[in-house]
Write a protein that binds this ligand. Structure first.
Ligand code: ATP
Ligand code: MG
Length: 401
């Protein structure tokens, strides 16, 4: 194990030892180390209280990030660590403990953790500390709650989603009772905030194995909770974990026929404004038969940007439609020098006033009209052409009558 760890991490263990404290690597970082994945963030647990950690790590920059849990974020020689003292939790409210106590043993700290694979601890001195057969479950690729699954999920319902996320990411299966408890308790997700649900759900559909994550959400009935009144999940591919908007749209398409129900989901959970806009763009334009016309592409590109036009292709690719025309038009349009808004027109409001159009609402209307003409034919975006357009029939009659 030591040879898989950077020198700086080993130094940390030494520093605690010298000061007669214990320090252990725990949680996801240990899991990742054992599955030979690159470690993103190192989590440690220790018998030192936060004030003691602060005096052990004098050189490091330290921020208190979870005061109630005693978690410290440590910036040490270019690394970021999270160090939390051993803690025991009680009086849960379906999500968080109402009471936290410190000054306990390692075993009690590990016992409050959710799954056996997350309850391993490691230090150079003691090697693997494994009270709940976490190593065996890790080797056998099993997600198992520590203790009675129902009791553990009742304490904190978010663990249902964490379980699915780990099973998907690691490609593990559930131990039977853990699975049955998740399924039975899926409706209890109503006790926790939609922000927290969305956070976990997002990690599942944008994580390493989203298709498996979605299948597990279906099998555990969590999908029904997240997407009420949905039809049976269509066998779609969900192969765009790099793009939450697209992934969510594909899922909405696989679950609902009715756009209204799709929108309800979008507004029930606290998605960002930008994400809603992107998803709605796809949902509302998916049947647009004119979408391969350059005019439509230019118009939507001006309103929604290149990114959304390209996402549209990736979205439609999943529906099996023939997209060659659309792709060709999009390529052509993307090569054009874009006129993306009224501001890019070759004429301004002032120019129009100068040629005699009365100041007021007519100016805005004329500019909009010219912008639309330019979207139809970008070569018209020249001052003399546009001025001619507004001053000659049939257009000028609209403005000067
Ligand atoms: P990742 O960082 O990939 O999300 P992780 O296992 O490190 O996975 P964290 O949320 O960073 O998860 O938490 C670190 C550890 O704290 C977990 O491994 C687990 O032991 C414990 N833990 C975190 N959240 C909970 C929870 N809701 N209930 C019980 N234990 C938890
Ligand atoms: Mg972690």
């Amino acid at each position: 194990m030591e040879n898989l760890m950077p020198q700086e991490v080993l130094e940390l263990f030494d520093l605690y030892n010298k000061n007669n404290f214990k320090l252990y690597l725990v949680g996801g970082s240990l899991r990742d180390l054992l599955s030979e994945r690159q470690i993103m963030d190192y989590d440690f647990t220790t018998d030192a209280l936060p004030s003691e950690t602060k005096s052990i790590l004098k050189e490091a920059k330290i921020i208190d990030i979870g005061k109630e849990f005693g978690t410290l974020k440590i910036f040490y020689k270019g690394f970021e660590f999270e160090i939390t003292p051993f803690r025991k939790e009680s009086q849960y409210d379906h999500r968080k403990p109402g009471k936290v106590s410190f000054g306990i043993r390692l075993k009690e700290d590990l016992e409050r953790r959710d799954f056996t694979i997350n309850a391993l601890a490691w230090s150079p001195r003691e090697n693997m500390v494994d009270y709940f057969n976490g190593k065996e479950d890790l080797d056998r690729r099993i997600i198992r709650a520590i203790g009675d699954p129902k009791k553990r999920f009742k304490e904190d319902v978010l663990r249902l989603l964490r379980g699915v996320r780990f099973a998907a990411k690691e490609g593990f299966s559930f131990e039977k009772n853990t699975f049955l408890a998740i399924k039975e308790m899926s409706g209890d997700l109503k006790y926790i905030s939609r922000e927290r649900i969305l956070e976990e759900f997002t990690k599942i559909i944008t994580g390493e194995n989203p298709a498996k994550g979605i299948r597990l959400l279906e099998e555990t009935d969590i999908l029904k909770f997240l997407f009420p009144r949905s039809s049976k999940l269509k066998r779609y591919t969900f192969n765009h974990p790099e793009d939450l908007s697209l992934q969510l749209t594909l899922l909405l398409e696989a679950l609902y026929k009715d756009v209204q129900l799709q929108k309800e989901h979008l507004y029930r959970y606290p998605y960002s404004k930008e994400l809603r806009r992107q998803v709605l763009f796809l949902l509302e334009h998916k049947r647009d038969v004119l979408l391969d016309q350059p005019y439509f592409i230019r118009k939507n590109r001006a309103e929604f940007g290149n990114e959304n036009m390209e996402r549209f292709i990736r979205f439609k690719e999943n529906t099996g439609e023939n997209l060659s025309l659309y792709k060709k038009s999009l390529q052509d349009v993307l090569k054009e020098k874009p006129c993306l808004s009224i501001k890019n027109l070759a004429v301004s409001g002032k120019d129009l006033i100068n040629i005699g159009i009365p100041p007021g609402p007519l100016i805005g209307k004329s500019l909009e009209f010219l912008f639309d003409e330019v979207l139809k034919d970008p070569s018209k975006n020249k001052k003399e052409i546009l001025l001619r357009l507004v001053t000659t029939p049939p257009y000028n009659q609209r403005f000067f009558e």
